[in-house]
Ligand binder design. Sequence first.
Ligand code: ADP
Length: 675
Amino acid sequence: MDNKRQLDLIQRLGQLLLSAQPLPHRLTQVLEQLQSALPFEVARVIVLDESASWSLAFPPHAPGTSQNGADALWSNTLTGELFHLREPIQRPIDQRRCYVAWPIGWQSRLYGALELQIQQQDSPAPELMQVIQALLPIFATALSQSQGANGQPILSLAEQQRLDTIATQIQSPLLLQPLLADLLSWSVEHTAASNGSIHVAEANGHGLHLLTFELPHQENSPSTALVPSTRAHDLAKIALANGRAMIRQVDGLTHFAAPIVHNGQLLGAIALEGAKFQSQALLFVQRLAELAGPAVVRAQFYQQLADAGSHLQQVFDELPTGLALTDANGTLLRANPSWWQLWSIDPTVIPAIKLIPWDMLPHVLARLPDPLAFSDLFTKPITTATEALVVMQGPWQELRLLLMPVRDMLGLQSGFLLAANDVTREREVDRLKSEFVSVVSHELRTPLTSILGYTELLLAREFAPAERREFIHTVHKEADHLANLVEDLLNVSRLDAGKIKLERWVMALPKLVRELVAQLNAELDVERHRLLLDVPESLPPIYADRDRVRQILSNLLSNAIKYSPEGGEVVLHASVLQKPPASAPSLPPEPALLISVRDQGIGIPQHELSRIFERFYRVDNSNTRRIGGTGLGLAITRALVELHGGRIWVESTPGEGSTFYVTLPLATEMLRTRR
Ligand code: ADP
């Protein structure tokens, strides 16, 4: 038989197999034509149906046509072997005859078999074997389309093939969303449904709760992006609870839902809506939902891992602690943004940093007072978590560095985790606290010693009235000093607790200044200090708490006197704020009064200017130590100024003097906006 005839035969038989006649008819005709090309004695086709199997023998009168395939002519052993091996076999039956058979199936599914008995002497021609081999998929199609014995639809070969392809396709989406989107779009496509939704069970401890999604309506949006949906999901719920597909007709519309279940775990459901569905198409969706179970479980698991990973990543990125991970050789594996910020390393150089600490060193060297100690940290062998403090200058910064060995799954050291925290503030606060304790105890002790000394003297002896008066005056002055100290401490704690409320009135500054200066002048050593006033009577009123303004001015003036031990002028100036001095911070837009207190005292070094307003902070030099104080006055003053909505700042030149500036809001504006 030449090629052309071979192809003709395949085509003819193929057409016959797929024609519209009943299957037994078709099979008989095919076998008839086959026999004229291939001289076999008898043939049999076995059809495996979902419920029962049947067979068809050829020639029709030959034994073998039965409902259970058992008869004298055919050997059950050989058929059994064929189904077991699932590949063509050829076996001698006796001296005369030979058994040749092919399983009919597609991929993993078996639909039946074709069996022939031929004479030994005309052993099958290879071309004819080829024809049968080529016809097997068409046989499979024909057999798969036969209606089941109980009239249930079964999938066509094409649908089965599609499902087989899908079974591999659904392994690829890693995340849940794209997998669900695929399942839904395949279902909608296959059934031509007008609407579809997919429901995912959410375990929240309160029974079965479903999250519903549908495909986006825009034509060009990617099919992987499902959108949340408000579509009713009761049928999906019923289907899922019963573990089988459900169909319901409402107002001429068919609703269908197929559950997605795996190992008894309720995962979700595919739901469809349409005017009419082919039962075979619905069976397809049902099978698809069955296939989807393991894939959904896998995707959910992967999603959980991915979510956990992304949460960790967020923590890593946002953590204020600087973190860096290196391998055992110090090669940087990853570092979070805080790591670079803490060392003030310019983002542009980060990509070039490969080795820790060596590649980092050039960028921090200028700020390290002790570079050797820094590099030593990393060269010492580290077997347990080790802590170190790294000090940097310009600006002063203290980093607490934790070096931890990281181990792999075998327990071997695979690298290091470095964690850096900025502890500058923390340590500063500690320092300030201990300083405060020593300052306060010193400040308390000095007046107390003199009060005790003088009162003891007074008790022990009689003194002349003038002398006695002088002693009592000293005791009173020291007690007053103590009272001020206690008042300062109380003020600080009240400010901390937010307990200081202003009692604001429209008030005139000049009058208050006159009263205050009269009081200060009385205590002043006029030989050394001169208090000058530049406060015009015509100043507009301010809106302020009189006692607090007095406290502000009194603090500034007494500091000006206190920190001018050599004497000099102290000038109090006040005017309506026109053009702020260059040293001013950003000021509120409201019209304000500008008050300044200028002295010719010891001045304040430039780098201390920003810090003197912090509580307990005192400039650290021999002058201030000799002068004494608690470091609270300016902290209280600033808090009071800011409560009024004003600002305070300072200009100073060491050895020449300082000028403190304060702004306070004018009354007119305040009243107008409050009305
Ligand atoms: P105290 O005067 O009790 O130390 P303050 O809070 O009033 O506390 O001042 C804080 C620090 O600011 C002082 O210790 C001093 O070093 C500095 N200081 C304040 N006022 C002046 C000034 N007029 N001239 C120089 N230094 C000043």
